[in-house]
Ligand binder design. Structure first.
Ligand SMILES: [Zn+2]
Length: 284
């Protein structure tokens, strides 16, 4: 049983399905700790982060993906960023106002994927009344992807501690008629629920593969690491100030001391030096 986060890829020997199973337990725990969220908000956030990891794993390894959930009244938002090499981070905006993050009643899921040519593909769906984050991801895949897929993500807690986070995506290989996927979807409905499976196997993705593909010979074709890692740096934090009006930057420079800024994703503190701010003004 692996005790590290990892994504496993498998192909059924009859060339019908591609399956990706992921363990994201530690990644999710770190993202939750950095954002200091609890309860239902942490649950939704954990599943969004896991979903972002899973969908990115279906893409070319050097591409990135961002998934964003927003409540219908736009009062709360959460973001999950999945980068190449499995590096993942997340952000919950306006958490103070939200004991619960209302998914029902018109929340939206927006997924932005970079494509091979560098352009960004954006898809937006309304979160369906049932099915939570998994339901929303499913809806997104059905609307935006060429490939017929089934996806599920789940996070199991013990108090505020993440016991296991993980999920799977099953894709019908291109060129096949949708028959087998219908059967698979039916099979997944009869399936022991994902939460109890994650609890039983501590999120072990190999066990997920074995259970999903029970009775179907398959070959594991690859694996890749999944980890919590922010992408911030002094340069990026400084660049984020570039959107401020010139007068505000001048105001920040007054006093000549370096400026302390925390990364909103990971909480890392940066001292932005006056020379960096001066550089920004020179560019504006
Ligand atoms: Zn950061």
């Amino acid at each position: 049983m692996p005790d590290v986060d990892i994504a496993l890829r498998a192909l059924t020997d009859d060339d019908t399905f591609r399956v990706i199973a992921v363990r994201a337990t530690d990644t999710v725990q770190a993202a939750i700790a950095a954002q200091k969220v609890k309860g239902p908000v942490a649950q939704t956030f954990a599943e969004l982060v896991t979903g972002a990891v899973l969908i990115r794993e279906t893409m070319s390894p050097d591409l990135r993906l961002q998934a964003l959930l927003q409540t219908a009244d736009k009062s709360a938002r959460m973001v999950a960023d999945a980068f190449p090499k499995g590096e993942t981070r997340g952000l919950v905006i306006n958490k103070a106002n939200n004991v619960t993050f209302a998914l029902a009643g018109g929340a939206i899921l927006q997924v932005m994927r970079t494509l091979n040519d560098g352009s960004v593909h954006q898809g937006t769906v309304e979160v369906p009344p049932q099915g939570g984050v998994s339901g929303a991801l499913m809806q997104y895949l059905q609307q935006s992807e060429q490939v017929a897929s089934v996806i599920a993500v789940r996070c199991v807690f013990a108090g505020d501690q993440v016991l296991a986070a993980g999920g799977y995506i099953v894709q019908l290989l291109p060129g096949l008629d949708p028959g087998p996927l219908m059967l698979m979807a039916q099979r997944l409905e009869d399936f022991e629920d994902l939460a109890s499976m994650l609890r039983r196997g501590s999120g072990d993705p190999k066990m997920l593969l074995d259970e999903l593909l029970y009775g179907m010979p398959y070959t594991q074709v690859g694996d890749s690491p999944v980890l919590y890692k922010c992408q911030c740096s002094e340069l990026r934090v400084t660049a984020s100030l570039a959107t401020l009006p010139r007068s505000d930057i001048e105001e920040l420079m007054r006093g000549g001391k370096s400026l302390e800024i925390s990364c909103e994703y990971c909480g890392e503190d940066y001292q932005v030096r006056t020379e960096m701010l001066r550089g920004l003004l020179a560019q504006n």
